[in-house]
Design a protein around this ligand. Structure first.
Ligand code: NCD
Ligand code: ZN
Length: 335
C-alpha cells in the first residue's frame, strides 16, 4: 500500500543556524517542498540584511533539494511602513512572540494590545503580510493559550483584513475561534495531534516531548484531530519541529521543543490511515497552506509505503520524537 503526497509543506519550522542548521535543514528539504522558517534566532531576525544572509545559509545547507524556505521577520511594534514595503518581497509573514514566552523570545512584545501595535499591524494589513502569533499569556501553564483567546479576538476585530495565523494551536477553545473570526487561521503540529500532558509528565518525565505550548487534555487533542482529519480549510500542517541538542533536553532546565521534521510525514500518514482519513492528508499537508498563503511550492512527489520505518536514535546531536521506535509508514521515493 502506498500514498503519494504532492509538494508537502511545513508551515512552521525552526532551522536554527551554524552546525545545527547543517544537520536539520537537509532533513526537511529532502521530504518537504517548502516551509515557513521561524525567525527566533539569537538575536532574532529583524532586518532584511540579516534575513537574506540567513536565507543564503539555508540554501547553502540544503544542496540541490527542491525546497522553498519561506522567510519571516520577528515582530516589532515600531517597524515603519516604508521598511515593511521593502520587506514584503523578502518575506511570507511576520511572527509575533509575547516577550519571554518560549525559546529565544526575550525580544518579543510585552502586553499585547492592538492599539500599541497599530503602526506595524496597520501597515501589514494594508500590504497583505500575514501575522503569525505564538498565542500564550503568562498565566498558569495549562491556561495560557485559552487566556490568549481574548487577544486573538481583539486582534482579529481591530484588523479584519489582516490574515492572522494562530500558530501550533493546542486547545479546543482555539479550534472554536477559527469559526468565529474569518481572518483567523491555524497551524497544527504532529505532536499535539498525538500526545497529551499525560505523555509528557504522567509517568517518567519525557524531555523530548516537552514543548511550548505544552500538550493539553484529551478533549483538546480530540478537537485538533477533528480539524486535521477533516482538513478544515483554515488549518495547515506546521510541525513546529524545534531541535535542541540532546544535552539541552536531558538536563537540569529542559529546553522546550520537539524535533519531528524527519519523521512527521511518516507519522502523519499512520495517523490519518488509522482514522480512515487518508483522502484528506493532501489538503492538510499542502493544499490548504497553498490557498491560505497564496504560495506555489516547487513540484515534489513524496511517496510513502506501508513498510516499517525504524526511527534513528538521533540525528547528529538531536533526538527525534519516536527515537528508536518503529513507525508503520516509511518514505519510498521522492521525485
Ligand atoms: C520553539 C523553539 O525551540 O524555538 N520551542 C517550542 O517549544 N515550540 C519555539 C516555539 O515555537 O515556541
Ligand atoms: Zn515554533
Amino acid at each position: 500500500m502506498t500514498i503519494s503526497l504532492n509538494s508537502p509543506l511545513d508551515m512552521h519550522l525552526h532551522l536554527r543556524d551554524q552546525e545545527m542548521l547543517k544537520v536539520v535543514a537537509p532533513l526537511s528539504a529532502e521530504i518537504f517542498a517548502g516551509a515557513v522558517i521561524m525567525p527566533n534566532l539569537v538575536p532574532p531576525i529583524t532586518t532584511i540584511e540579516v534575513l537574506e544572509s540567513y536565507r543564503d545559509r539555508i540554501v547553502e545547507s540544503i544542496g540541490d533539494s527542491k525546497f522553498a524556505p519561506w522567510m519571516t521577520l520577528f515582530f516589532k511594534s515600531d517597524y515603519d511602513r516604508e521598511f515593511l514595503e521593502s520587506a514584503k518581497e523578502h518575506i511570507k509573514a511576520i511572527k509575533l512572540y509575547p516577550a519571554g514566552i518560549t525559546t529565544n523570545s526575550e525580544g518579543g512584545v510585552s502586553g499585547i494590545d492592538p492599539k500599541s501595535l497599530a503602526q506595524t499591524l496597520g501597515a501589514m494589513s494594508d500590504l497583505g503580510i500575514p501575522l503569525l502569533v505564538h498565542g500564550e499569556s503568562n498565566g498558569f501553564v495549562m491556561d495560557r493559550e485559552k487566556e490568549f483567546g481574548a487577544v486573538y479576538a481583539q486582534l482579529a476585530e481591530a484588523f479584519p483584513d489582516l490574515k492572522i495565523v494562530m500558530e501550533h494551536i493546542t486547545t479546543k477553545e482555539s479550534a472554536k475561534l477559527l469559526e468565529r473570526y474569518e481572518n483567523l487561521y491555524a497551524t497544527i503540529t504532529l505532536h499535539h495531534l498525538l500526545i497529551t500532558l499525560d505523555d509528557v509528565a504522567g509517568g517518567m518525565l519525557q524531555p523530548h516531548l516537552f514543548c511550548k505550548p505544552i500538550a493539553k487534555r484529551p478533549e483538546d487533542r480530540e478537537a485538533l484531530l477533528r480539524l486535521a482529519l477533516e482538513a478544515h480549510p483554515k488549518v495547515m500542517f506546521g510541525s513546529d519541529s524545534a531541535p535542541h541538542p540532546q544535552s539541552a533536553k536531558e538536563s537540569y532546565g529542559c529546553a522546550a521543543g520537539v524535533f519531528t521534521a524527519p519523521i512527521a510525514l511518516q507519522a502523519l500518514t499512520g495517523l490519518f490511515e488509522a482514522h480512515n482519513a487518508l483522502d484528506h492528508i493532501q489538503a492538510f499537508v499542502s493544499d490548504n497552506a497553498q490557498s491560505i498563503y497564496g504560495v506555489k511550492p516547487p513540484q515534489k512527489i513524496v511517496t510513502l509505503e506501508k513498510k516499517p520505518f525504524e526511527v534513528p536514535d538521533n540525528y547528529g546531536e538531536v533526538v527525534p520524537m519516536f527515537a528508536a521506535d518503529v513507525l508503520e509508514w516509511s518514505i519510498q521515493s521522492i521525485d
